[in-house]
Design a binder for this molecule. Sequence first.
Ligand code: SAM
Length: 235
Amino acid sequence: MAVDNQLLIPDVWDDKWNELFLAYQSDLRHAYYLNALLDSKYTILELAAGSFRDMAFLNQLGYDCHGCDFSFNSVIKAQNHFSHLSKKIFHADAERLESFNKTYDVTYHNGFWVLFDDDNKIYDLYTVQKKITNKFLIITVHNGHNKEFKNYFLEKRKFDNLYAIRFFEIEEMLKILNLTYSEVSIYPVGKGKKANEDLLFIEGNTNKTAMSHYLRANNFNYLESSERLMFQIFV
Ligand SMILES: C[S@@+](CC[C@H](N)C(=O)[O-])C[C@H]1O[C@@H](n2cnc3c(N)ncnc32)[C@H](O)[C@@H]1O
């Protein structure tokens, strides 16, 4: 399913964040998943942060996490909403991050590469992200192995281009990045707030050991019922 190219325009996201910014704040599942993989000593950057909900929650948990996006509106909204973090929130295009050479231990994004049909563009984004990262990258995308979730988006996209995004299968991602299974850790995550790791989120359980019980690298028992794939790539 082709991506709607409108989603590559900052002004389009400026408008979207007027509607979505507050609504997005309530779902912190991705930040809970990240918490299982992070160390409190790491410096962290979220790219294409949008609502900035994950970076804000990670700071609440005690991490030093910064966030950026190319939508000026999202940045301003986040600086106002999370005023205590305003110095950690900034405008940046993920294609142009040269000035941050190896600044962060960990960089991550969620629902960003799903905006790109062009595999070469994704590889370029990956190359830029690696240059600013010391330890590992986390790349979270919509899971193409979950046919039900994919079909839901196919229906929704008829009325809302927010759903006109790309889903990825594991082999497809490895091919784009020119990587093998042994070079990445893959975590299928997101059970619709109904099971496994998503129940910890409902309980507000940020305990890493509990989350690690579900987030085991390359455990594909729930591949077809997980909403997203988190790829952890060490540099
Ligand atoms: C689906 S949203 C991400 C939502 C985010 N993970 C969250 O939790 O709110 C995609 C984001 O990518 C941003 N974006 C798109 N292209 C970008 C680019 N080249 N550089 C930086 N951000 C970009 C958009 O502004 C938008 O905020």
